[in-house]
Write a protein that binds this ligand. Structure first.
Ligand code: TEU
Ligand code: CA
Length: 535
């Protein structure tokens, strides 16, 4: 059994390979491109990278539809490239974790191609099939991407089950052969030398019985029948045993696992190291982020995992719009305040590519700029009700397309991303917003990463919140540190006499500002201006 990774002081960096760096001018980011940029990541100071899927895939859902778990898609390079990336990353002190997508495969995976052939095919039970008629599906459950979770197959007069797109049939975890195949594959990658996994949609692998009726649309809404359903424990325990053997670094996308349950999932006896909560991503009606909602979710997860368990912290990923526009107001000041708001919390922070220099949402003007199949489909649907511009706005407000535009490395042609034609349009603001220009924000990230590396209080200390009900000020203590952030443009007036008591050892005046040139003792009352932060 290998020693587990000391992830408390680590910072992760998420790479969406298609849009990170193209090395061969085909307009698509690739593994050699990532290799070229390893020095950049080393300078930023992060400890590990998480690669979104690079496996062989028809790319219906950004590579989350895998056709071969053991092969790299030609788009990205080869297994040799991946091995080279591992070696060089490790030489640069960077660990590498990969996406583990085992709730479903592509409908082009050989298992599914076999499974589809006949009811008595040996692979039939690798997936979830049930008797059906075209107008009478096994139940009325709804998929995450809209429409039924069932797709009818005329040749066998049955339907197969999928919680995402119809091109992503769900694997049948009840079948021991399926589990064996998956566990074998996990070992194969860990044996190859990767350092761990981000477990995709892992809370959906167990489903309710097919006759389960959706009672309420509140909470997890129509997705209750496949959100952290009882029975999942045994599968997770199997996974944990393998991860422990290798000392793998693991982070789960596990929606439906409540903050109260998360300690059981992520403490020493838990299945994985940490969980990405998805709750803070809730939007206001106009698609913008809800700061008070964000704050409330964060406080609850921090408090519920204080004595046991561990959080994965993030503002952005490949499924969310850019934080500077959704929680911030587009200004650099707001991006800085947001960085401070989450990087020093208790947990392991992740930075999504481009976030570190303030990449913004994309100004969509035409549907030809959309790339993901599921968004294009929804757009077509909306067109039956709305004029094109309105349909486009509705579909792109809060859409994950914003996060997937190519990296803006510099002000040169194609933002230094490719010397060919980029697969997705580059944000026209790249001459102003790029990794060479917004160094102030990058430096702040470097500073925050250093704090976590050097200060035990930040890596491992406890956390205590003050002004919990303030609509936009986030104030917390990490032992000898006090962090204050105003997440808004209105001034925040803080009266410490009215704040919850500070820890016995510390009074407000003990905290000195360590940022900036002069040191300033905090006053009993203080006002934070727009997006101001103090550490
Ligand atoms: O996302 C899955 C995802 O967000 C759901 O599991 C989530 O639980 C649900 O939407 C709750 O509201 C992952 C990937 O991040 C995404 O890019 C993929 O499209 C998806 O899985 C399918 O693999
Ligand atoms: Ca390429």
């Amino acid at each position: 059994k290998k020693k587990k990774t000391d992830f408390h002081k680590m910072v992760g960096y998420q790479i969406y390979p298609k849009s990170f760096k193209d090395s061969n001018a085909d307009g698509i980011g690739d593994l050699q491109g990532i290799i070229e940029k390893l020095p950049y990541l080393r300078d930023l100071g992060v400890d590990f990278i998480w690669l979104n899927p690079v496996y062989k895939s028809p790319q219906v859902d950004g590579g989350y539809d895998i056709a071969d778990y053991y092969a790299i898609d030609d788009l990205f390079g080869s297994l040799t490239d991946l091995k080279q990336l591992l070696t060089l990353a490790h030489e640069n002190g960077l660990k590498v974790i990969m996406d583990l997508v085992v709730n479903h495969t592509s409908d082009q995976h050989p298992w599914f191609l076999e499974s589809k052939k006949s009811k008595d095919n040996p692979y039939r039970d690798y997936y979830l099939w049930a008797d059906a008629r075209p107008e009478h599906l096994p139940n009325d459950w709804i998929s995450f991407f809209g429409g039924s979770t069932w797709t009818y197959d005329a040749s066998t007069e049955q339907a197969y089950f999928h919680v995402f797109a119809k091109e992503q049939p769900d694997l049948n975890w009840k079948n021991p052969k399926v589990r064996e195949e998956i566990y074998k594959m996990i070992r194969w990658w860990l044996d190859l030398g990767i350092d761990g996994f981000r477990l995709d949609a892992i809370s959906h692998i167990q489903k309710m019985p097919w006759d389960y009726k959706i009672k309420s649309w509140k909470g997890d809404g129509p997705w209750v029948p496949f959100m952290n359903v009882a029975g999942i424990e045994a599968y997770m325990a199997d996974l944990k045993a393998i991860f422990d053997e290798y000392g793998a670094l693991t982070v789960g996308e596990a929606s439906g696992v409540r903050s109260k349950q998360a300690p059981d999932w992520t403490d020493d006896a838990g299945y994985i190291n940490m969980i990405f909560e998805l709750e803070h991503n809730k939007r206001k009606k106009d698609g913008s982020g809800d700061i008070y909602g964000y704050k409330k979710v964060i406080l609850r997860w921090q408090e519920d995992l204080l004595s046991r368990g561990w959080n994965a912290l993030y503002l952005e990923n490949h499924d969310q719009p850019r934080s500077i526009d959704c929680f911030g107001d587009g200004s650099l000041a707001s991006a800085k305040a947001l960085a401070v708001s989450y990087m020093l919390l208790r947990g392991t922070p992740f930075i999504y590519q481009g976030q570190e220099f303030g990449m913004t949402n994309f100004p969509f003007t035409d549907s030809s700029q959309l790339r993901s199949a599921e968004i294009k489909q929804q757009y077509e649907k909306l067109l039956t009700q709305f004029p094109p511009q309105e349909a486009l706005r509705k579909i792109t407000d809060g859409s994950r397309e914003h996060a997937r535009t190519p990296m803006q490395w510099d002000a040169s042609a194609n933002s230094g991303f490719t010397s060919g034609q980029a697969w997705m349009e580059i944000n026209p603001n790249f001459p102003e917003v790029n990794s060479e220009k917004n160094t102030e924000l990058i430096q702040l990230y470097q500073f925050l990463i250093r704090l976590r590396h050097q200060e035990a209080a930040i890596a491992d200390g406890s956390i205590r919140f003050h002004f919990s009900r303030h609509p936009q000020a986030l104030v917390y203590e990490r032992e000898e540190f006090l962090i204050l952030v105003n997440l808004g443009t209105r001034k925040a007036h803080l009266d410490f006499a009215k704040a919850r008591e500070f820890t016995d050892e510390n009074s407000v005046s003990d905290y000195v500002q360590v940022l900036g040139s002069q040191q300033r003792i905090l006053k009993e009352k203080m006002t934070l201006s727009a997006w101001e932060y103090q550490i």
